[in-house]
Design a protein around this ligand. Structure first.
Ligand SMILES: [Zn+2]
Length: 430
């Protein structure tokens, strides 16, 4: 069981998110300065191209294209040598025409653009990796702190920190693949822009302006979207890994951030509870979409178990068996200050046995029986389910076995109640 903490998880998440936003701004500024430097480098390449062919020649080439008849334009494009024979006065423009289609200076420029994009992708990947590991550690430790382990429980190279970084959670791709996809697309865009610019006969300033604009704006929006969205994932996933590791936690509640003006998709899910092991970004777990800052998640304790432990404890102490709900609220897990609403929510699991029809009751009994067998098997052969079982911290091993024993006893209780209900209805259980 987690040790008490006075910090509400929702507040803690809000604090962590504020820290995150500051770090993200610093990273964006760093990337932005980098893109400025690289844009200047790209500009030099473009300037060199124009210097080689002469800006006036490029503009003149466009004017030539516009002035030619269809037949002569066709001739220029398909039979350059014949065109030069027919119009020797335009022979000096042929290198421009050639540069657009052949391996020469333009191809060189295209190659430079591609190489630069490769370097930039590598830089972004390395910076992002470093940043994401730090964020993951921060969020894992935020969760550890709430559970009473302290705020520096996980080191930067602990498995719990690494677990969430680089997961292919978004369309089966991890963040570095997405960086490469973005860079490949931008390479193609820039190459197409430069060819189009020269075909149009744009002057140097126009070409440079269009390319630099694309280059900086697309780089910036791609990396910021990627960092923000990946961070949203890490914020939730790194913390949830920690809770998932504790047998007391099985579910979480999806919450929309009112202050963030959540979108309809996220609002519709707000307040819904899901199983931790069934979490899926884009379906029931943040981020739900690119630039999703609409939401956060709250892990839910199985209060029935917590109360049971407390009852035992209270009995041992020969004290009152009343459970002080204020204590539970101080864990930061309770969502409401209204004890009635809390109890309805947390005791709801199999409260409705009376409401189930005969067939549903029988089906439930079968599934609880199967659950008992499964958990007994887990206790007998934990390695079958967790191949690394022997490497687990003994506290974690004990915690799991304890959890499975509890589940068995819960299932047994449920079966007894369901059978009693069936008998009451005059039906014998098979
Ligand atoms: Zn949303």
């Amino acid at each position: 069981m987690s040790a008490p903490s006075n910090i509400y998880w929702a507040d803690r998440q809000a604090q962590l998110a504020a820290g995150l936003a500051k770090d993200e701004k610093r990273l964006y500024a760093k990337f932005s300065a980098y893109y400025e430097r690289e844009a200047a480098r790209l500009d030099k390449e473009i300037a060199a191209f124009y210097a080689q062919y002469g800006e006036n020649n490029i503009i003149e080439y466009r004017q030539l294209l516009q002035s030619l008849s269809d037949a002569d334009r066709q001739l220029l494009i398909e039979r350059m040598d014949k065109f030069a024979e027919k119009y020797p006065e335009y022979a000096h423009l042929l290198p421009v025409r050639e540069s657009i289609y052949k391996l020469n200076r333009l191809e060189g420029l295209r190659q430079s653009i591609a190489m630069q994009q490769l370097e930039m992708g590598a830089y972004e990947q390395q910076q992002a990796q470093e940043f994401f590991v730090k964020q993951s550690q921060r969020f894992a430790n935020g969760a550890a702190e709430m559970m009473g382990y302290g705020s520096s429980f996980y080191s930067i190279d602990s498995d719990m920190v690494k677990m969430a970084v680089g997961n292919p959670w978004c369309s089966g791709k991890n963040f570095s693949e997405r960086i490469w996809d973005n860079r490949t697309k931008l390479t193609q865009t820039l190459q197409a822009e430069i060819v189009n610019g020269i075909i149009r006969g744009d002057d140097y300033h126009t070409t440079s302006h269009i390319l630099q604009g694309r280059f900086k704006a697309v780089s910036k929006s791609n990396i910021e979207r990627l960092v923000f969205t990946e961070d949203t994932y890490l914020q939730n996933e790194s913390a949830m890994n920690v809770f998932a590791n504790d047998p007391d936690f099985e579910e979480y509640t999806f919450m929309a951030r009112k202050k963030a003006n959540p979108c309809d998709l996220c609002k519709a899910l707000s307040g819904k509870t899901f199983r931790i092991e069934e979490r899926k970004p884009g379906e029931n777990f943040p981020p739900m979409h690119p630039w999703c800052g609409c939401t956060f998640t709250i892990p839910q304790l199985d209060i029935r178990k917590v109360l049971e432990n407390r009852r035992k404890h209270a009995a041992e102490q020969q004290k009152s068996t009343a459970i002080p709900l204020t204590d539970l609220r101080e864990h930061g897990i309770m969502k409401s200050k209204d004890p009635l609403r809390i109890s309805m929510q947390f005791f709801g699991k199999n409260q409705n046995i009376e409401k189930l029809n005969d067939a549903q009751l029988k089906k439930s009994i079968r599934s609880w029986k199967a659950g008992i067998e499964l958990h007994k098997d887990k206790i007998a052969n934990p390695k079958k389910y967790y191949p690394d079982w022997d490497t687990f911290d003994p506290r974690y091993q004990d915690g799991n076995v304890h959890h499975w024993e509890k589940e068995i006893s819960n299932f047994e209780t449920d079966i007894q109640r369901a059978r009693a209900e069936l008998r009451k209805r005059g039906i014998a259980d098979e």
